[in-house]
Design a protein around this ligand. Sequence first.
Ligand code: C2E
Ligand code: MG
Ligand code: MG
Ligand code: MG
Length: 284
Amino acid sequence: MAKQKGRNQTVLFESKLANTALERVEMEKNLRMALNQDQFELYYQPRVSQTGQILSMEALIRWRNHEQKSIPPGIFIPIAEQAGLMLGLGNWVVDAALTQLQSWIEQGLQVVPVSINISAIQLHQKNFSQQLLQRISKFKVPCKLIELEITESLLMEDVQLVSTHLHALQKAGIGISIDDFGTGYSSLAYLANFPSDSLKIDRLFITNLHINVSNQRLVRAIVDLAEHFNLNVVAEGVETQAELSAVIECGVDEIQGYFYSMPLPADQIASNWLQLKDVNNQQA
Ligand code: C2E
Ligand code: MG
Ligand code: MG
Ligand code: MG
């Protein structure tokens, strides 16, 4: 009986594996198609101050495939990376964000920096920083309106190269954030090796922070650590008033999460979060 069950489970497991492999191949094919067929879109989520003022926004990619099915980036980004599609996709993201910024500027809106997630694959290109700076100048967007989010990853092999890129970009005025801080094994090595302006504490440590004393200690310790490196601390995934109060209590500088806003399409983020520039006020 037990043996039979074991065998069935093996069969189930194998068919699941086959299924996933098949799905993966299918998704790779669809991703290639998607790049040519304009199936991607950027959504934007505000990052706000302790008092709720918008400071910047994170660009988050969305994919609605040929069947109008929405596939989360947590699923397709790793597949794009493994299939050699991440450079194409990464360039699409950069161009889309720059096009959007340019359009908001032309509309006379008071824009805030846009933060772009960058894959380790992009950072390992020899000419990544030069190419990015070229793209930015082509779109005539000031570098201070661009930020990059770097995620901890096993793929960070050439620390020297990545560090050189990040230094060059930071020198040009581009902001650098370490994303998902605390989840990988290399957080501290990142701090030591890469220039950065902010740390984004992963949602894992923020959920239910008000009732989780050990996470409170952890968040306070990260805030302390950040102070030594002169970095801003951002709490990711703040969903409730109680979590908001707890992150502020722990000394976090900036907040991102559903409590303030879901990621939104460009037109909605503009109408909900961006002000028209006051033409009489030259400071704006
Ligand atoms: P991330 O960069 O850490 O982005 C934060 C994720 O948390 C986003 O998921 C966002 O929608 C979600 N989030 C924000 N606030 C809340 C909240 O209050 N509650 C909950 N439950 N979730 C919240 P999303 O958009 O599904 O993206 C997942 C990951 O995919 C991102 O994590 C990032 O690593 C990657 N990604 C997204 N867009 C891009 C992109 O353009 N390029 C690259 N390379 N990676 C991207
Ligand atoms: Mg991010
Ligand atoms: Mg994150
Ligand atoms: Mg993440």
